[in-house]
Design a protein around this ligand. Structure first.
Ligand SMILES: [Mg+2]
Length: 393
């Protein structure tokens, strides 16, 4: 008989960008501070003290300063976050070679092959890693331990900051049942409100009290997946080749379902405009743009395309947005959500011969625009961001 251990770990650094800055400026620990500064006027990471004051991400900086006037704004430090991220995952690799970097501050570990004899031994070793990350890198990181990715991911987010939650094998469904349904991946705040108000689904466990027919009416084709999640079932393995490690993405749930192509296209362009400055700030270039759409019944579609060369500029991606939206949005039903993801990330700094001088000029212009926006907060806009005015005089 083989012993089942909660050997899948999800780790999630707490307020990552801010924590990286605080590692350099420990004097600011315990203060209301936030990173993102005035670049595009958006807060990209806030300390827990600032969150307690009502600051969240992404929030316009001006609004954050209004509700929290003593907020200390820290500018993005180029290169710092990717370096800290590397150091964090390097420490993880001393524990197991099976590390999946999900994003700059989140990932999974599979401790299955490490030969731990008991759940206690395994948990003690993970606690030790958590302590190391704090002592050596000054990074607060939360951990979830469970038998699979889904449950460990939910567990890690439950007691932030520096949380440590173990879900013993066999207790997955019981662990999830009392949690609000918004804790399930893919169920955002607006969806949660809809499920609660319209369908009376408040807790994860509520899903298991409904008939198949009811669930199919609510979730459409996605209903089986919802039930599997509520039961805490997930058979995905930890993928060390995972490519999301290096991606930048953003998603937006619409206040009401949208069906006008030009409106959705404009939102996607704005998201591209919001992501590229982050990519430049990190000193990276990206090659692949993927657009994902979701219908109100949770079914979704996506389409991606790559440029011949990686870039850190907005302009080369604009011509892809319309075709990608058309390709993904085959069923012309109203949409509930759109997400934009840049992947195939490369280190920046390489000159692109193929675009030559024009590209260089654009890059210098982009740097100037980023600087202006940092100083003034979204003062400089791209032409298409003003399109609404021109269309409807
Ligand atoms: Mg995090």
């Amino acid at each position: 008989m083989s012993l089942v251990l909660p050997s899948i770990v999800h780790l999630d650094a707490d307020a990552f960008f801010v924590s990286c800055e605080l590692a350099l400026r420990p004097d600011l620990r315990g203060t209301k501070c936030a990173v993102g500064g005035r670049e595009r006027g958006i807060i990209s990471s806030a300390s827990y003290e600032a969150r307690a004051c009502g600051v969240y991400t992404p929030m316009p900086t001006q609004r954050a300063l209004k509700i929290c006037p003593d907020l200390i704004l820290l500018p993005h430090t180029s290169g710092l976050y990717s370096r800290k991220s590397r150091e964090m995952f390097d420490r993880c690799e001393t524990l197991t070679p099976l590390v999946q970097r999900n994003s700059i501050d989140e990932g999974y570990l599979d401790l299955g092959p490490c030969g731990f004899g008991s759940a206690d031994e395994l948990a003690a070793r993970v606690r030790q890693l958590q302590q190391q990350l704090w002592d050596q890198l000054q990074l607060p990181v939360s951990f979830g331990l469970a038998t699979n990715k889904l449950v460990s991911q939910i567990a890690s987010k439950l007691r932030k900051p520096r949380g440590f939650v173990i879900v013993p094998p066999g207790t997955e469904a019981a662990f999830l049942a009392p949690l609000s349904i918004g804790k399930l991946p893919g169920v955002g705040a607006k969806t949660e409100a809809l499920l609660t108000e319209r369908h009376g689904l408040r807790l994860v466990g509520d899903l298991l009290t409904r008939s198949e027919r009811e669930l199919e009416t609510i979730f459409g084709r996605g209903w089986r997946g919802m039930v599997a999640m509520a039961r805490g079932e997930d058979d995905r393995s930890v993928d060390t080749e995972h490519d999301d490690a290096k991606s930048y993405s953003q998603q937006e749930t619409f206040g009401h379902d949208l069906s006008e192509f030009s409106e959705i296209e404009r939102i996607a362009k704005r998201m591209v405009d919001e992501l590229l400055p982050k990519i430049r700030a990190d000193g990276k270039r990206v090659r692949t743009l993927t657009l994902k759409i979701r219908y109100p019944d949770f079914s979704q579609a996506s389409h991606g395309r790559s440029l011949p060369e990686a870039t850190d500029l907005e302009a080369p991606f604009y011509p892809l947005i319309g075709p990608l939206l058309r390709a993904a949005w085959q069923e012309r039903r109203p949409l509930r959500l759109i997400s934009v993801r840049f992947s195939t990330v490369e280190e920046g700094g390489r000159q692109l011969e193929m675009f030559g001088e024009a590209e260089e000029k654009r890059r210098r212009l982009a740097a100037i625009v980023d600087q202006l926006n940092q100083k003034t907060g979204e003062a400089v806009r791209h032409g298409h961001q003003l399109a609404r005015k021109r269309e409807r005089p």
